[in-house]
Design a protein around this ligand. Structure first.
Ligand code: GAP
Length: 458
């Protein structure tokens, strides 16, 4: 079975997982809306991450910071001066391209050993001219010179047209954690090392969005910042590399579809940085970033805000600005990886093929689907449904043959189907059918909640 991105996109569109944004108006480039099934899947992913990196993590505290922040934050963080990509325009077809991608794609294709990340704009420009690199859209080799393109979305704040101040939509959630370092430390009395985490929207005016929800201009990030002593930075960096990978494995991702990629070019403040890449249908791509950021973030905020970010160790009396180890992953990018991983087309004994999402039950949109064998059993089925709905998201389907109804649930990854039949009326038992093995067992209605609850723990 060939697993293509097109197949995933079609399933998402037809089964209420993800729709094109503003579709009835012809869409709005690279924005996506999660449908009834997709919103549940994405919420479950965010819940699983929160459970792992806040609830079960030592000394970690959650926050939910504002998207709009004082613009000085973005000066301190370095985003105003340097959050940009090298942009190049094709003069023939007017397409906008990232110069580093143009160089890298050409080098890969022709087995040339260069790393675009390590090249200056001038070096990339020379490479493109020297090799007469062609535009991937129209095949011409006539480009503008490379210039840096700011990736932050700007908006304005002010009550009158004349009195507007430029502000930004946050390009990462991390700064919300850094600017709340003092608040969280003071109110929780946390001792270093401790973590601050949040999940929220981020916005980037990407030059080359695409590959469905992989790279979009509006997305959600799940970020954890660990504040520690400088001497512990390397240790926690290694620990979070492991923790981040383990989380992905526990979600059901095949270890052969994950790899670490150490950054060739480090940001000036980063001591080390690494991505965990996932083998998407379009190739290996960044999924999760882990960064040892030194004391850059808090030092910069101390400098720009004038507020001391010093932490004093009560036992040793040592005072210092903590270092940060960051673990950052996009919720949408992870949802896409999970959907790609779970997607399967299986040949059945009767010669039919079923499409199935082998999602971890904790991630599935609906934990159980209630299916009356015949419409005349719907009263009893609705009774069972009402008792299960108190505990988890449930689906209900009474249309079509039972086989078709199983297939519909397989396609959205529902781990259990409960069938109500005429015996149910007599003895209060039901058939529960497993998505992956398609095995069926008989069980008491009163045991259903416990049975399902055990299977959906993450
Ligand atoms: N605070 C660090 C930071 O933002 P990043 O590598 O730029 O680092 C972290 O982003 C993660 O956010 C990425 O690994 C990816 O999962 C996700 N991400 C970044 N840009 C994205 C985009 N345009 N669309 C979807 N997800 C994105």
């Amino acid at each position: 079975m060939e697993k293509t991105l097109d197949k995933i996109v079609n399933l998402c569109k037809n089964r209420g997982i993800i729709f094109a944004g503003s579709e009835i108006y012809g869409g709005m480039g690279n924005t996506w809306d999660y449908g009834p099934v997709g919103v549940e899947i994405k919420n479950n992913i965010k819940r699983a991450w929160w459970k792992r990196f806040v609830q079960e993590n030592d000394n970690t505290f959650g926050i939910d910071a504002a998207i709009l922040m004082n613009p000085r934050v973005w000066e301190a963080s370095g985003h105003v001066s340097s959050f940009s990509d090298p942009l190049i325009d094709c003069k023939a077809c007017k397409k906008r391209l990232r110069a580093d991608n143009v160089v890298e794609d050409y080098a890969k294709k022709h087995n040339i050993d260069v790393v675009a990340d390590l090249m200056t704009n001038e070096q990339m420009q020379d490479f493109i001219s020297e090799h007469k690199v062609k535009c991937p859209y129209c095949g011409n080799s006539d480009f503008t010179s490379i210039r840096q393109f700011g990736l932050m979305f700007e908006t304005s704040r002010g009550v009158t047209d004349e009195n507007q101040n430029k502000i930004y939509l946050r390009p990462e959630t991390a700064q919300g954690e850094f600017v709340n370092f003092l608040n969280v430390q003071r109110t929780t009395r946390a001792k270093v090392p401790f973590g601050i985490a949040q999940i929220g929207k981020a916005f980037r005016n990407e030059i080359t969005p695409g590959n469905f929800t992989f790279r979009t201009i509006e997305f959600e990030q799940m970020e954890h910042q660990l504040f520690c002593k400088a001497s512990d930075g390397a240790k926690f960096y290694e620990l979070y590399k492991q923790k981040a990978r383990q989380f992905l494995l526990d979600l059901g991702i095949n270890p052969e579809h994950l790899r670490y990629h150490d950054h060739d070019k480090l940001a000036h403040y980063a001591l080390s940085a690494c991505d965990i890449e996932y083998l998407y249908p379009m190739g290996w791509k960044e999924l999760n970033g882990i960064h040892n950021r030194s004391d850059f973030d808090l030092s910069q905020h101390q400098k720009f805000s004038g507020k001391s970010m010093m932490y004093t160790d009560q036992i040793t009396n040592e005072s210092y600005i903590p270092n940060v180890v960051e673990n950052s992953i996009g919720a949408d990018r992870l949802a896409l990886a999970i959907l790609c991983e779970a997607y399967d087309e299986e040949e059945l004994a009767d010669g039919e093929t079923r499409t199935v999402l082998h999602l971890h039950p904790a991630i599935s949109a609906y934990k159980v689907a209630v299916l009356p064998l015949q419409k005349s059993l719907s009263e009893k089925a609705n009774e069972v449904l009402a008792s299960l709905k108190k505990y988890f998201m449930c689906a209900y389907d009474e249309a079509g043959s039972i086989g078709k109804r199983y297939r519909r649930q397989d396609e959205i990854g529902t781990p259990f189907c409960v069938t109500i039949d005429f015996d149910t009326l007599e003895d209060d038992t039901v058939t529960i059918r497993m998505r992956d093995s398609m095995e069926q067992i008989r069980i008491k209605i009163s045991d259903l909640v416990d049975y399902i609850n055990k299977a959906i723990v993450f």
